[in-house]
Design a binder for this molecule. Structure first.
Ligand code: NAD
Length: 257
């Protein structure tokens, strides 16, 4: 039996990078998956490749109406919702002092407010699913190593990603009685399109920035998106039935030092 057979998942920011890798692993393990993203072209291409066990829904998770619609479409299409993966987010690097109001709001909206809205939108369906299944339901988040640690010039992003870890702990307690488990992954720098946006500010050239990252990781290699997706697969599955309230570093040992 596949690890997510009979499960329905909704993944935000699902058209690229870590979200796309998660869609692929969940799909391989038998889940039906809603691919929710603002990038229609990439989202639809992924669904065309994976087939009928997936569908695309345009969803900007900072819009409550979009979140509600994505959940409704998922339930209409697949009959239930068992797993929510709040993955959508966006980078911001820059000095804290020079960030204007528009920047503060944009970074907090895409990295934190959207996650709050989507979780609220999904909870009625997740509660319904959890009440029917011994394995319950699962809410997953992509936080970041910046949700556990800090580095200079990432303050606003770090506030948002730490906020997700706080939400994980409080929701884990709030939803335990309902048999809904709540966990986050906290990846270190990972090779995705988002990383390309971060790299230029980090060194004179991208290769030098990559080499610096690699050197800072005790295991000596950069993680791939599938490394995070594999951790999410475990946390979504019944194998993790006693795990809730955890923020799991996917960092090759960086947090150990
Ligand atoms: N790549 C890394 O090094 C890294 C490390 C730690 C955490 N993260 C986190 O992982 C998550 C995914 O990042 P990634 O590296 O895969 O980036 P990515 O740019 O490859 O993918 C992000 C996806 O999110 C979508 N998206 C952006 N804003 C959205 C919105 N408002 N609503 C819905 N979808 C939206 C984009 O269209 C894109 O498809 C983010 O939350 C990011 O903060 C990334």
């Amino acid at each position: 039996m596949k690890r997510l057979e009979q499960r329905v998942a909704l993944v935000t920011g699902a058209a690229s990078g870590l979200g796309e890798a998660t869609v692929r692993r969940f799909h391989e393990e038998g889940a039906r998956v809603a691919v929710a993203d603002i990038n229609e072209a990439r989202g639809r291409a992924l669904v065309a490749e994976l087939g009928e066990a997936t569908f695309f829904v345009r969803c900007d998770h900072t819009s409550r109406a979009d979140c509600i619609n994505a959940v409704q479409e998922t339930v209409a299409r697949f009959g239930q919702l068992d797993i929510l993966h709040n993955n959508a987010g966006g980078p911001f690097a820059g000095a804290f002092e020079s960030a204007d109001d528009e920047t503060l709001e944009r970074v907090m909206n895409v990295n934190l407010m959207g996650v709050l809205k989507m979780t609220q939108a999904a909870l009625p369906a997740l509660r319904e699913s959890a009440a029917k299944k011994p394995g319950g339901a699962a809410i997953l988040f992509t936080s970041s190593l910046q949700g556990l640690k800090a580095r200079p010039n990432y303050s606003i992003y770090t506030v948002a990603k730490h906020g997700i870890v706080g939400l994980v702990k409080s929701l884990a307690l709030e939803l335990a009685q309902a048999n809904i488990r709540v966990n986050a992954v906290c990846p270190t720098v990972t090779e995705t399109p988002m990383l390309e946006k971060f790299l230029p500010g980090m060194a004179d050239n991208k290769e030098e920035a990559r080499a610096r990252f690699r050197a800072s990781i005790p295991l000596g290699r950069m993680p791939e998106p599938v490394d995070t997706a594999n951790a999410l697969l475990f946390l979504a599955s019944d194998e993790a039935r006693m795990i809730t309230g955890v923020a799991l570093a996917i960092d090759g040992g960086q947090c150990a030092g």
